[in-house]
Design a protein around this ligand. Sequence first.
Ligand code: AMP
Length: 281
Amino acid sequence: MVILKKIDEVRAQVKEWKKQGLTVGLVPTMGYLHEGHQSLIKKSVEQNDRTVVSVFVNPIQFGPNEDLESYPRDLEADAKLCESTGADIIFNPEPEEMYADGFVSFINMTGLPNALCGLTRPIHFKGVCTVVGKLFNIVTPDRAYFGQKDAQQLAIIMRMVKDLNFDIEIVGCPIIREADGLAKSSRNIYLTPEERKAAVVLSKAVKLGQDMIADGERDAAKIVGEMKKLISAEPLATIDYVEMVNMDTMQSIEKAEGHVLCAMAVKFGKARLIDNFIAEL
Ligand code: AMP
């Protein structure tokens, strides 16, 4: 496995692979990799001849008061994880390599970003779509892997690929959790021991919502209301949102039917954590 810093180096290697008729999978990440990322890399290694993992803390998807500077980084550990999982390239560009002087072209989607995380992070998805579009053009993968953990991002990328005719299959992968249910996240490192314990309430709320649906409840307000009640009972938790929307449109729904996404963002001290479940009803 090699770590490449330059766009031209990645292009040259991928060109070589394609000449040999090999398929290529891409796993875009911001690094500080854990078993959640690893599950995406594993899937790509299974489904493709070669796998590229991008490790890039994308500055244009962070708002002015967000954690760009403090976002955890550990390329050495990331390289070990990628190598042992069977990846072939880590693409780790500097910001100047991705956004050269005079950069002014962005992918700006309407509709889907104006919900859930997009409401409190207004420039986030413009930054995500732009960097993912660039990575797609640089790597030209056959398949790209995204976690359901970031469900709104997954829906947005699927829409972008459809709208802009990227010839790439998007593969969504299930949420990987800690033993006690907390979804694995690079940002879990921000949690104090007390907050770490308290954060289990997120997966408990997910379970509560899923159980209510399994018991036949379809009133979205009722389900979300009970989930919010459970989270609010945890003194260290501050709810940003808990919402039920259509997974494909991100529009709020009153009744849990069709392709349902029930998503939440909750703050614990410095950490803003997300979790969700998807149901087909
Ligand atoms: P990030 O490095 O946080 O930008 O995440 C890179 C990719 O890994 C995204 O597609 C995430 O959805 C995915 N991912 C992060 N955490 C998890 C997890 N716990 N389970 C599954 N996928 C994850």
